[in-house]
Design a protein around this ligand. Structure first.
Ligand SMILES: CC(C)(COP(=O)(O)OP(=O)(O)OC[C@H]1O[C@@H](n2cnc3c(N)ncnc32)[C@H](O)[C@@H]1OP(=O)(O)O)[C@@H](O)C(=O)NCCC(=O)NCCS
Length: 134
């Protein structure tokens, strides 16, 4: 296979770069250095060693989990890489999360179709997502 799907956390520099390339909000290298080691689970997709896709799960390991940082380099999108990332994340949750655990994510425009394939549903109108950026 052309791509390698690896259970590992990207480096801070790789993470900041891929978020930018994929059009996600900027994260500082300092924030990435502090935050990435706190991942419960992370997946990297590499082509010849180069990071071209990633996804992470953060949370308390019992009650609450959040899927974050799902991103694929635009050059490599629409080839099933996002689905492969989500499959790894959901496989982890299926094996590691206890009954009653709540898994959430914030879906950017264009992404809901991907998440729906893995069983995620809109929370609105019962509840709506809220966010604060420091
Ligand atoms: C969302 C993203 C991760 C999908 O990655 P991908 O490798 O293109 O995903 P896949 O090829 O596995 O496609 C998965 C499904 O997502 C949907 N999808 C992906 N890109 C889409 C697009 N541009 N428009 C509409 N649907 C799209 C489709 O339903 C697709 O399934 P299908 O090919 O069976 O129809 C990628 O587009 C991305 O990184 N976008 C920018 C960053 C971002 O928005 N990340 C999500 C943050 S919540």
């Amino acid at each position: 296979m052309r791509y390698s799907v690896l259970e590992e956390t990207p480096t801070a520099a790789e993470y900041v770069s891929l978020r930018r390339i994929a059009g996600l909000g900027a994260r500082s290298v300092d924030a990435a250095r502090r935050g990435l080691p706190g991942s419960l689970y992370a997946v990297c997709v590499r082509e010849g060693g180069k990071l071209i896709g990633m996804g992470r799960i953060i949370g308390d390991g019992g009650c609450n989990f959040e899927i974050v940082d799902v991103a694929v380099d635009p050059i490599h999108q629409r080839q099933g890489i996002g689905s492969a990332i989500m499959q790894s994340l959901v496989d982890y949750l299926t094996s590691a999360a206890p009954d009653s655990a709540y898994v959430c994510l914030i879906a950017d425009q264009g992404a809901p179709a991907l998440y729906r394939k893995f069983g995620f549903e809109f929370t609105a109108p019962k509840s709506v997502g809220m966010a604060l950026t420091i």
